[in-house]
Design a protein around this ligand. Structure first.
Ligand SMILES: [Cu+2]
Length: 381
């Protein structure tokens, strides 16, 4: 739950983003715009990421990813500086998923599979030929940043709805062990885009309110209510109803998010407010009072912040390259500390951290917050 992020993003409803999002999943590529007939196939395993072509003409690119491995995987197309051009989350073993991504500019890109959904992934070079010359028009760059982030939000809300339905199903089946193991994993998609979610009035509290923050008369619903059921009180007579309501709220969130129009400035503010979330909620262990899975949320907030910055990267690189270098170094420093607390595909519990480790986390987050707070000014200039 964001105590501070509610004012973090100023969003206006509009049709632009909806149109863009549906375009990503829309018409199949045609030979007319120079895109090769048929998708580029990606064969993913636990140790390899075979892509059937390493170049394509600019336009709509279609990747078809088959997961032949044993771990859940993701597929990304990255631009310079790991800007996310498109991604598919959550490809379970045995499944095939499609990614259609519009790449307008020729240049050097990278494909990546992420077995286990962690780390930098298995990378390969990918060249896009032709297309528009690299635009230096400031407004075009800012608009592309907003579009890039819109793609990110759409992929997160989609995966979030899928995972929440699975989480609700095991709650309703009274499978406490399965629900506990899915809890933190389900929440990461929310924590990555929480500043967006926080714009929709009562949805953020309904999905994510903490017990300690309940207002008089406010019903305790959402993830943290189920967290308490799973870890403290045991499943309650209304747990299934709470799970159903959560699915409905998460579905509503996805619909509302797809109709949003974001500006580049929204991205800058959102990136900063996600770090504020880390500082005020995760480093204190307040977010996950019962499960103590705070580091998983911490990682997701950092991912979300970095997602917004990656979308802004071409603008920032042109206007203030030193700021980009500082941001890269400080994101990397936070990530190094987080990586040190990984156990398997999750993290150590908050309650298992030493005071010294918590202090180091706090210092590295402060050090990252400082350059992040300058991004909005650079974007607005
Ligand atoms: Cu939260």
């Amino acid at each position: 739950m964001a105590k501070t992020a509610r004012t973090g993003l100023v969003l206006s409803a509009g049709a632009t983003l909806a149109a863009l999002v549906s375009a990503c999943g829309g018409a199949p590529p045609s030979a007319a715009n120079g895109t090769p007939a048929g998708p580029i196939t990606v064969t993913a395993s636990d140790s390899a990421c075979q892509v059937s072509a390493t170049s394509a003409p600019a336009g709509n690119l279609t990747f078809q990813i088959a997961n032949h491995g044993t771990k859940v995987t993701e597929f990304y197309l990255y631009g310079a500086g790991d800007r996310i051009m498109g991604e598919v989350e959550n490809i379970a073993p045995g499944l095939t998923r499609r990614l259609i991504v519009e790449v307008a500019d020729g240049g050097t890109y990278q494909t990546a599979c992420k077995p286990g959904m962690a780390g930098a992934g298995i990378r390969g070079p990918f060249t896009v030929t032709g297309g528009a010359a690299k635009g230096t028009d400031a407004n075009a760059q800012l608009a592309e940043a907003a579009r890039g982030y819109a793609r990110y939000v759409a992929s997160q809300t989609g995966a979030f709805a899928d995972e929440t339905r699975k989480f609700a199903a095991v709650i309703k089946a009274k499978d406490v062990a399965a629900a506990k193991s899915q809890y933190a994993r389900t929440r990461i998609y929310y924590e990555r885009i929480e500043p967006v979610a926080a714009k929709f009035g009562d949805l953020d509290p309904a999905i994510d309110v903490r017990e300690a923050d309940l207002q008089p008369g406010q019903r305790f619903t959402g993830f943290h209510r189920l967290e308490k059921d799973l870890w403290v009180t045991g499943l309650q007579p209304d747990s299934a109803a709470i799970a159903d309501r959560l699915v409905a709220d998460v579905t509503a969130l996805g619909q509302k998010a797809s109709a949003l129009q974001l500006s580049a400035l929204d991205l800058a503010n959102g990136a900063k407010s996600l770090l504020d979330e880390v500082a005020t909620g995760k480093i204190t262990g307040e977010e996950e009072a019962f499960s103590h899975t705070d580091l998983s949320d911490f990682q997701a907030n950092v991912d979300g912040s970095q997602g917004a910055i990656q979308a802004l990267r071409p603008v920032l690189a042109q206007r203030n390259p030193a700021l980009v270098s500082t941001l890269d170094a400080r994101f990397a420093a936070v990530q190094t500390l987080l990586d040190a607390q990984r156990t398997g595909d999750t993290f150590k519990l908050y309650t298992d951290l030493t005071q010294d480790q918590i202090k180091k986390f706090a210092a590295s987050v402060d050090a990252l917050s400082e350059p992040l707070s300058k991004v909005a000014e650079v974007v607005a200039h």
